[in-house]
Design a protein around this ligand. Structure first.
Ligand code: CP
Length: 331
């Protein structure tokens, strides 16, 4: 496809982009990864500025986009929302219009409050002239799931149709993690023919509107989403095991209650016994940060089937591809 066509486009949910555009983003990611490995300059966005507004913490996303923008020849401003007028209630419209006049792209993380983040960034995008990239919201974490898809292809080949991916809830005492990664995996992977087996305890259901869209996309894409409340059953025969924690939708505004309720499911951990249920060569994946010793044992996350560092590295290459495409690097 013509890469110019993606200049100026927002990337808020992976569902907003047809499969052929996602394929183009993956192709650019692979090209930029190779150039980075060879030390070949790839200054596709010279003198351009990306504003990155964070309403939550980040290690991978911030650094992948910030380093990536430097490698593309531009600059990324990190904006801690608490240090901006967003904290005083400045409107998404005013943010979108003004930042568009200062630079060439806006990226936002607003993921901690269900039914707020996606609506906020769509409102910014409605008024911004610059493209808006979702760095994780309540609905989707599309820059993460694109990196996950790239990692699966690197390890399992281009055609992922029929691959069984176990996306399971796991216990974590650290904080109520957003629902957007499992939702994003359910939304994106079945569009490539992947069979997602989604496991969680009763009460840890994902957002119903998002899952309805994911199921429709799965039907259109030839993949599937099969829910279960049994972690072992999800992992049995899986090609990829992707267990991670997420918060309880009904208890999101009361983190202590959510964490207390989740203690009942402390045995939802990915350990060697559970990995032995998967295919012998199954991959272990996690978007990170992981609650080691709770979501997963060190033996598994540091073991030979774990591809977590490839997955984290691919955040850089996919992030750069998305910036280059949407911010006019090929226009
Ligand atoms: N996976 C991910 O988004 O990591 P950060 O929260 O560190 O950005």
């Amino acid at each position: 496809m013509d890469r110019k066509a993606l200049a100026g486009r927002d990337f808020i949910e992976s569902l907003d982009w047809p499969v052929e555009e996602i394929e183009e983003a993956l192709a650019v990611s692979a090209e930029l990864k190779e150039k980075f490995r060879r030390g070949e300059p790839h200054r596709l966005l010279p003198d351009k500025t990306l504003f990155m507004l964070f309403l939550d913490k980040s290690t991978r996303t911030r650094n992948a986009f910030e380093a990536g923008m430097t490698q593309l020849g531009g600059h990324a401003h990190y904006l801690d929302a608490e240090k901006t007028q967003v904290a005083h209630g400045e409107s998404p419209k005013d943010m979108g219009v003004i930042l568009s006049r200062y630079g060439h792209g806006i990226a936002i993380r607003h993921d901690l409050v269900p039914y707020e983040g996606n609506a906020y960034m769509r409102e910014v995008a409605r008024h911004a002239e610059a493209p808006v990239i979702n760095l994780q919201c309540d609905v989707d974490h599309p820059t993460q799931t694109l990196a996950d898809l790239m990692t699966m292809r690197e390890h399992r080949g281009e055609d992922l149709a029929g691959l069984r991916v176990a996306v399971s809830w796991a216990y974590a005492p650290s904080y109520a993690k957003p629902l957007s990664v499992p939702q994003g995996l359910c939304t994106l992977l079945p569009r490539f023919g992947i069979q997602v087996i989604l496991a969680h305890p009763p009460g840890w259901e994902l957002m119903p509107e998002v899952m309805a869209n994911a199921e429709q996309a799965a039907r259109d894409g030839g993949g599937s989403i099969s829910p279960t409340q049994d972690m072992d059953a999800a992992i049995e025969g899986a090609d990829v095991v992707y267990p991670k924690s997420w918060g309880n939708l009904d208890l999101f505004r009361d983190e202590q209650a959510a964490l207390a309720a989740s203690k009942r499911y402390r045995d939802w951990i990915c350990d060697a016994r559970r990995m032995s249920l998967a295919k012998p060569d199954a991959l272990y994946m996690h978007c990170l940060p992981a609650d080691r010793g709770n979501e997963v044992t060190d033996e598994v996350i540091d073991g030979p089937r774990s591809v977590i560092y490839d997955e984290a590295e691919n955040r850089l290459h996919t992030g750069k591809a998305l910036m280059a495409l949407t911010m006019g690097g090929y226009a």
